[in-house]
Every structure is written in structure tokens, then in C-alpha cells.
Design a protein around this ligand. Structure first.
Ligand SMILES: N[C@@H](CCC(=O)N[C@@H](CS)C(=O)NCC(=O)O)C(=O)O
Length: 281
């Protein structure tokens, strides 16, 4: 059962915040949905947005500036929280880049995380079914995008499920988590020390093992003044993986922009248009 927390008219559509008891995480999960005005009369394509470290289901809806463009294109927006909350796991709130607010869109295999930190199955299966069953959503026209940790989530979820996600893009994604401090911290705790298991959640490694998974292209925007560019994000790894996989990639590097939502909102219009063109075909 989906519980409505609040809703607001926005660009003639409806911005809503919801809560649902999750079977995957075993806890109540919050999520947000923007229904464009077209959804009053017909089912519309759906675009999932996965946010970054420390964010919630509100961050993108408040700061991304996406609703105006989603209303123009007739696209529904869905954004989950970035992890289960109030897990009771010791230390889960101690750091900003791991635990609560940092689910990394994977299913943890290691205790004590594995009971609740199941964001991959929650987003790919449970939340998707919730949206299809409770909102005017077209089940076969789903795209995914995200930022930073959520950019990693978008790329890996799409690469693992090209049958589900027809379009994928990202803002400043973590592209090779098995080779950066954020990813190493999360994966060693959630997945354990066997680094082979990490590669199944590493966008660059996944891309290298595929052949043109998204023939209509992938769009990535990256700020060149992003403080995490050379330590955590490493877009050149994904760029060379796409080259090896013959995957068309538009990777735009922007002088002056940093890691935050001022950067994201600047290029939001292009991302919504990119997804709309593929999802409406
Ligand atoms: N350590 C800092 C930075 C965390 C950070 O930059 N998070 C990014 C995602 S990796 C973000 O989107 N923050 C939310 C925001 O800018 O509103 C904090 O806790 O605020």
C-alpha cells in the first residue's frame, strides 16, 4: 500500500511524496513522483532519478528544476531515497559517504548490511512495480538518470537491465567505483573483500563486457571544477570502456561547473529532452 505524505500542483502536474513498507529493505521507504499534466488523461513514460551521497527523495525534486521540462515532454519523474533509514545498524549514520544516505544502489551481501541495504532490488523491481501499479505509467517506456553515486546507480542499473531501461544518462557519475575511495569503502563493507564481486556493480567494467548496449547513445555531463573529478568520478575510465564496447557516448566537459545542483539544474533541460526523444519513439 502506498501512503501519500503530501502533494502539490506544479506546472499543471502533481508533485507528490509517498511512503511504502518495502519487502526488499524490510523498512518503510519514502519516494517522490512528479506526474506531468498529460498523465491526467493517459499513461506516460517514466524517468527514474537516482540521487547522490547524503541526498533524500526530496533533493532532486527541490533542486533539480526538472518538473518544468517533464511537464513539457509528458514524462513522469520518480526519485527514491538513497538508502533505507533507521536501520538500527551500529555506525550506519557515522559517515556521510557510507551507510544511511549512501546505499549505492546495490544489494549488500555482508552482515550487518545485507538485511536492509537492498537498494538494487528495491529500485529495479519493487519501486518500479509500485509505480506501474499505482500511477499512470507506461511499463515499457522507462529511463534512468542520476548524479554522482546516483550516476553510478543509473549506469549500472541500465547496463544490467537494458530490457527494462530504454534510456540512460548521468551528471558527474562515479564511473569506476572499484577504483575510487567512495566505491572501495562502500563495496568492501556491503559486498566484502572479493573484488571480483565488485565488478558486477562497476559501470566501466560492465560496459567493457558488452557490445553497444544502448545504440541510441548515453549522455553524461561533467563539470571540470568538480572537486571529486580526479579522485572519485574518473569519467575517462567510462569513456574508454564505451570506446571498447562501441557504445556511442556524449560526454560533455564543462569549464567552471562544480559538483552541486547549480551544475545539475543547468543541464537538466538537455537530459529530459534526451530521454524524451528515446522514450516517446
Ligand atoms: N560532504 C558533503 C558533500 C556531499 C555531496 O556533495 N553530496 C552530493 C552528492 S555526492 C549532493 O548532491 N549533495 C546534496 C546537495 O548538494 O544538495 C555534505 O555532506 O554535504
Amino acid at each position: 500500500m502506498v501512503e501519500l505524505i503530501s502533494q502539490h500542483v506544479c506546472f499543471d502536474g502533481v508533485q507528490g511524496f509517498y511512503k511504502q513498507q518495502s519487502k526488499e529493505t524490510g523498512l518503510p521507504m519514502t519516494f517522490s513522483v512528479y506526474q506531468p499534466p498529460q498523465a491526467k488523461h493517459k499513461k506516460v513514460p517514466v524517468l527514474f532519478y537516482l540521487a547522490g551521497l547524503t541526498c533524500t527523495e526530496e533533493t532532486f525534486m527541490i533542486k533539480g528544476g526538472a518538473q518544468r521540462y517533464a511537464a513539457e515532454h509528458g514524462i513522469m519523474l520518480v526519485s527514491p531515497d538513497t538508502s533505507p533509514r533507521r536501520t538500527g545498524i551500529k555506525g550506519a549514520s557515522d559517515s556521510w559517504d557510507f551507510g544511511h544516505g549512501a546505499g549505492f544502489y546495490i544489494d549488500a551481501t555482508q552482515a550487518p548490511w545485507s538485511d536492509h541495504f537492498r537498494m538494487y532490488s528495491y529500485v529495479v523491481h519493487e519501486l518500479r512495480n509500485t509505480i506501474i501499479n499505482n500511477f499512470p505509467a507506461l511499463a515499457d517506456r522507462i529511463g534512468v538518470f542520476g548524479h554522482s553515486m546516483g550516476g553510478h546507480g543509473a549506469l549500472t542499473l541500465a547496463l544490467k537491465n537494458p530490457d527494462i531501461y530504454k534510456s540512460v544518462s548521468a551528471f558527474a557519475p562515479i564511473t569506476a567505483p572499484s577504483q575510487c575511495p567512495w566505491g572501495e569503502k562502500a563495496f568492501s563493507n556491503y559486498l566484502g573483500s572479493d573484488q571480483n564481486s565488485w565488478l558486477d556493480h562497476d559501470a566501466s567494467a560492465l560496459m567493457r563486457a558488452r557490445k553497444t548496449p544502448f545504440p541510441q547513445g548515453i549522455l553524461i555531463d561533467q563539470g571540470l571544477d568538480d572537486q571529486y573529478l580526479d579522485t572519485e568520478l574518473l569519467p575517462h575510465h567510462f569513456e574508454s570502456a564505451c570506446w571498447a564496447a562501441e557504445q556511442p557516448l556524449t560526454l560533455r566537459r564543462h569549464r567552471g561547473y562544480d559538483h552541486n545542483y547549480y551544475f545539475i539544474s543547468t543541464f537538466m533541460q538537455d537530459h529530459i529532452a534526451f530521454h524524451s526523444e528515446i522514450l516517446h519513439k
